[in-house]
Design a protein around this ligand. Structure first.
Ligand SMILES: Cc1cc2nc3c(=O)[nH]c(=O)nc-3n(C[C@H](O)[C@H](O)[C@H](O)COP(=O)(O)O)c2cc1C
Length: 498
């Protein structure tokens, strides 16, 4: 398949649009009628509230580009829901805009499997260096940083961020998304869940009594952001995987302060250091999180969390911050979750056969469709899914379905769960799984003192292998018949685009 967006990364591509990070993506979206500009909405709660309302209430919602934000110069913008529709998700991955959701996951998995990683290319400078601030000139609040929910303990610049640090032992460069609170003009707070790779790396510096050098970018190409928040194995450099997905290296600048790579087309970047917590921490949060709750006393340190001392701030002219402030799962930021593709790739990489579809609905709910091939196959898939790094930390409910079920379609998934699961025999409970203290169901003492584990349920919503041939036939019309009906009656009935 042609990579519609990203093959244009050289000066000009086949569609004539030069790669410009978030901006060339935005131009594509605007051309497709996918962006609505909103003026004069306030950074304090209003942008957050409008974004959540739009995502919850409007199917295939528009991307929202906020401009003329009170107290900020015109042109200093915030982008919400960049990949909130199927079309924008496809554009962000470089796929044709009409790519169906399940195909996006499958193609992403294939591309990850077949494209060799391509390390970033170091360039002299880039748009992110249009404005440079160091020392007393640094003030991150010169940007329209949001407060999204009323009980949030402050303003968070890092919602749609990529945090980069280098493992001091192997030298590999990690990229992750972790929330970043503004504590002061050049002081930020960082919350990294226990076991996160960025945190494991920082802990290696702290153990040696050193501060961990760090870069964070805000407002990047959605593809770079997608790779930041997706869980790859420790030692896999997400920047190289971005290059593999793009089909060319990502241009980066070597940060003058840290020596770490900074995406040359990022909208905003900071360089700094994370001192050992024994030297400096700051009260952090509370912050309304992705499960739809505020987690209290998120780990044994309570609300005292690591900080980033900012040594340099860079931004493009008229910068655009990416808003990814968590919203309750009924108002998702993404139309399709990329970690479904990573899980698919990991399952096949582990030698598990017969995978026909994978869809991650929210971090707690994962569905895998299989063509059953032998007795025990469904259980093999269930156990392997629990262990795959892509979903191992959060995948509380894993549902295995037959391949007549579309895993992205919750009506079909619920139908399978309610008609093919016998609760006594077909739900497999697994204790002591890796978890995050953000889990609202984790008892308070475990949340505070660990261990940060919870349990999993695998639902085998498949026709039992032993008597699959005797399972009653379904009375649902065939998908091809449904498609014929839509085609025939579309001019008279308001069918959605498929
Ligand atoms: C919008 C968004 C915000 C996130 N915030 C956090 C966070 O504050 N802390 C955290 O530990 N993980 C957070 N995550 C999840 C991590 O980014 C994800 O687990 C990622 O794989 C971490 O990278 P790592 O495996 O290299 O540590 C967030 C994900 C998204 C999409």
């Amino acid at each position: 398949m042609t990579n519609v967006l990203h093959e244009t990364a050289s000066a000009s591509g086949q569609d004539g649009i030069a790669y410009d990070g978030l901006r060339s993506f935005l131009r594509k979206c605007e051309a497709a009628g996918e962006i609505t500009t909103i003026r004069n909405a306030h950074w304090d709660l209003e942008i957050g509230a409008l974004t959540e309302s739009v995502s919850e209430l409007i199917p295939e919602p528009p991307g929202l580009l906020f401009d003329d934000i009170p107290g900020y110069p015109s042109g200093y913008r915030v982008l919400s829901l960049p990949t909130g529709s199927r079309v924008r998700m496809a554009l962000s991955l470089g796929f044709p805009p009409d790519t169906p959701k399940m195909d996006m996951v499958r193609i992403a998995a294939n591309r990850m499997k077949t494209s060799p990683p391509i390390p970033p290319r170091v360039v002299e400078s880039g748009p992110v260096m249009e404005n440079v601030f160091t020392g007393s000139q640094i003030d991150v609040l010169k940007l329209p940083v949001l407060r999204a929910h009323a009980l949030d303990g402050g303003r968070y610049i890092g919602t749609g961020d990529t945090v980069i640090n280098r493992d001091p032992e192997s030298g590999f460069i990690n990229m992750g998304t972790y929330r970043i609170q503004v504590h002061g003009p050049d002081l930020l707070g960082l919350w990294m869940s226990p076991g996160q790779q960025g945190r494991l790396i920082a802990e290696r510096y702290w153990k040696a009594g050193k501060a961990c050098p760090v870069v964070a970018t805000f407002g990047g190409d959605p593809l770079v952001f997608t790779f930041a928040y997706t869980k790859f194995a420790f030692g896999v450099s997400e920047l190289d995987r971005v290059g593999g997905m793009l089909g060319h290296p990502l241009d980066v600048i070597t940060g003058p302060v840290t020596g770490l790579p900074i995406a040359a087309h990022a909208e905003v970047a900071i360089e700094g250091e994370i001192p050992p917590p024994s030297e400096q921490t700051h009260t952090e949060g509370p912050f309304g999180e992705w499960p739809g709750y505020y987690a209290v006393d998120e780990d044994s340190t309570g609300n005292e969390q690591p900080v980033i001392r900012v040594k340099a701030l860079y931004h493009r002219n008229d910068p655009i911050l990416l808003n990814m402030a968590p919203q309750w799962p009924g108002a998702p930021h993404h139309s399709v979750r990329f970690d479904g593709g990573v899980l698919w790739e990991q399952l096949e990489g582990a030698g598990v056969p017969g995978i026909k579809g994978v869809f991650v609905h929210n971090s707690f709910f994962v569905v895998v469709a299989i063509e059953q091939r032998y007795a025990g196959h469904a259980q093999q898939v269930g156990m392997a899914t629990l262990g795959c790094n892509a979903v191992a930390r959060n995948g509380r409910f894993v549902v295995i379905v037959d391949d007549d079920i579309d895993p992205s379609n919750m009506s079909e998934v619920i139908w399978a769960m309610t008609t093919r699961v016998d609760p006594v025999g077909d739900i497999h409970l697994v204790p002591n799984a890796w978890a995050t203290p953000l889990d609202p169901r984790m008892p308070p003492d475990m949340q505070a003192n660990g261990p940060h584990t919870n349990s999993r349920a695998i639902f085998y919503a498949v026709r039992p292998w032993q008597w699959r041939d005797k399972f009653p036939p379904v009375n649902r019309i065939a998908r091809s018949t449904r498609d014929d009906m839509v085609a025939k009656y579309r001019d008279r009935l308001p069918f959605p685009k498929m």
